[in-house]
Design a protein around this ligand. Sequence first.
Ligand SMILES: Cc1cc2nc3c(=O)[nH]c(=O)nc-3n(C[C@H](O)[C@H](O)[C@H](O)COP(=O)(O)OP(=O)(O)OC[C@H]3O[C@@H](n4cnc5c(N)ncnc54)[C@H](O)[C@@H]3O)c2cc1C
Length: 396
Amino acid sequence: MQHDYDHLIIGAGMTADAAAKAIRDADATARIGIVGEETHAPYERPPLSKALWKGDKPAESVDLGTAKSGATLHLGRRIVSLDRIAHQAIDDQGDVYRYQRLLLATGAAPRRLPFDGERVIHFRTLDDYLALRRYAVAGAAIAVVGAGFIGSELAASLASQGCKVTMLFPGAGIGAGRYPRSLSTFVDGYYRQRGVVLCPGVRVVDGRSVADGAEVALSDGTSARYDAVVAGLGVTPNGELAAAAGLAVDNGIVVDAQLRTNDPDIFAAGDVANFPCVPLGMRLRVEHENAAISMGHHAGRVMAGAHEDYTTLPFFYSDLFDLGYEAVGLLDDRFEIVEQWTEPYREGVVYYLDDGRVRGVLLWNVWGQVDPARELIAEAGPHDADSVRGRLPKLV
Ligand SMILES: Cc1cc2nc3c(=O)[nH]c(=O)nc-3n(C[C@H](O)[C@H](O)[C@H](O)COP(=O)(O)OP(=O)(O)OC[C@H]3O[C@@H](n4cnc5c(N)ncnc54)[C@H](O)[C@@H]3O)c2cc1C
């Protein structure tokens, strides 16, 4: 079967949703098609590791209502090849999608453990959430592998459900490498107080499915059995389709300031895009909801005829039990770190400085300060500990 679109979007995630809505806002009659491998219409991913575990929010509440854009959704279909000369893509069932302009919003795929199994979940999708829900009953022993954003959020959510949670991770502590050491130590203690067992400094090197569970083997020579294992090991961008079609791919699909690839009719946005980040003066690829929405929106506008650069500095947010934060720019503990606590580790601002510039800001239980943080990062400086201390929060 052949489908003809003015605007074709590959991938049906948050980026695709934002792009389709932006195209529709700019062009009431455009024919928009979205092809997505998952069987669900575009949905919000962030609640999968936090809000859906609180109260009794149904899984359907994450639906983004993409249909309102009038886009035709082709779900449960994977695009397997892209012919840039013919301006067409082909899915895994042989359907052909012809396009005038194409957006690659293929996102990212979770890194995998060296073994699989029914109760081994590489957490990314709504189906992963639904699978984990089946095993995450009170008293169940769950191993969370990884102590980054996904691992730490899931560990908190699972512990709040009454699960016996063990975190296995190679680093020194939760958020190590991003949070200042003192904050990471505090967060470790916070998790332990809430019953989470932390096993830092270990890697999962092997494992296997066993009756009603999974067994994992660790780099320290020990092994343990759990009712389920959930992994948050980071992601890799889904750039294979683009690379096979001859588009530039280097830690994601390389785009210019308008989010255009090296093919003038093909754009990329969201988790898969490696874009020039104007405020930081460097190329960046991020896995942030804010980037998915703002880049998707921007790409949609440009595809529909706008000529504007994407200049947003995306931010990230996370919830850990009743702690929460927003983070702007680069969080890297190799930078000079300036901590400013109103109440130690409960409320404060952490500045990350490099070469006289503010490169990142962590707003720890401090809200409404993302734009002032962006302004500070955009300043030419030079900055040092004295000049940044007290700059935030700014009264707005
Ligand atoms: C559990 C979880 C919690 C998160 N929490 C936060 C948070 O608190 N704060 C924050 O800022 N960010 C958070 N994020 C990150 C944020 O959700 C992502 O940055 C965002 O969803 C990325 O959207 P995307 O559309 O670019 O990519 P994706 O969401 O990865 O969507 C891409 C889609 O494309 C499909 N696809 C890939 N290849 C093909 C193909 N060839 N053919 C058809 N379809 C294809 C994929 O199956 C996928 O459905 C979280 C992410 C997860 C997984």
